[in-house]
Design a protein around this ligand. Structure first.
Ligand SMILES: N[C@@H](CCC(=O)N[C@@H](CS)C(=O)NCC(=O)O)C(=O)O
Length: 209
């Protein structure tokens, strides 16, 4: 099977680069220059009309959206490596739920927070009460994660899995956006273990140090 990943440094593609390293899957990685507009070139738009990274080309078929790519990598390579539950395993519904929850539910609140106060967003769109409300909701969501991690060291139980990678990546990005996790000690300890993984440090590069 041939895999080609279009990525960019410190971007939505970073968790996919991390997953490829954890899974030790042979994959050609092409780094796009987003500032130069590589993602808007016709040959890239033919693969992903959305013009975004990550885009993974699997035997010539492109796929996009990080969470879809990560779940697919889990199905195709994670099961045989003990990093993702098989289709009929009781942990499978849990794996799909928490990974979708991270990208959809937590991701939406991080995006709300960024629109409301990020220096990278037009200040005319900033709105302090919206930022406060997003932070309150994010604290509640991180609290749900904390309650689960109070019962087990990793999201599926005793061992690290791609579920930790997916949820940990979204929470890591959240902390870079100013989401505090210090009120949630189990999340803090789990995040530290996650970020100490050699594959995390390799994929996230300078941001990880
Ligand atoms: N929801 C998408 C987001 C992808 C995304 O926003 N990628 C950014 C980099 S972090 C990008 O490619 N931006 C280029 C552009 O918007 O022109 C995913 O999770 O894959």
């Amino acid at each position: 099977m041939s895999l080609k990943l279009y990525a960019a440094p410190m971007s939505s593609a970073t968790p996919v680069v991390h997953a490829i390293r954890e899974l030790q899957v042979p994959c050609e990685i092409v780094m796009l220059d987003l500032k130069a507009g590589d993602q808007r070139k016709p040959e890239f738009l033919a693969l992903n009309p959305n013009g975004k990274v990550p885009t993974l080309v699997v035997d010539g078929t492109p796929m996009f959206e990080a969470v879809a790519i990560l779940q697919w990598l889990g199905d195709r390579y994670g099961v045989e490596r003990g990093l993702w539950p098989a289709a009929d395993a009781p942990e499978r519904p849990t794996a799909l739920s928490w990974t979708a929850w991270a990208y959809v539910t937590v991701g939406a609140q991080i995006q709300r927070l960024n629109y409301a106060r990020s220096p990278n967003v037009d200040p005319r769109l900033h709105h302090a009460p919206a930022a406060e409300s997003a932070l309150t909701e994010l604290d509640r969501l991180v609290g749900l994660l904390d309650a689960r991690l109070a019962q087990r060291p990793y999201l599926l139980g005793e061992a690290f899995s791609l579920v930790d990678l997916v949820v940990g990546s979204v929470v890591t990005y959240g902390t870079y956006c100013g989401v505090p996790v210090d009120r949630h000690p189990h999340v803090g300890a789990w995040l530290e273990r996650f970020q100490a993984r050699p594959a995390f440090r390799e994929a996230w590069g300078a941001a990880a140090s």
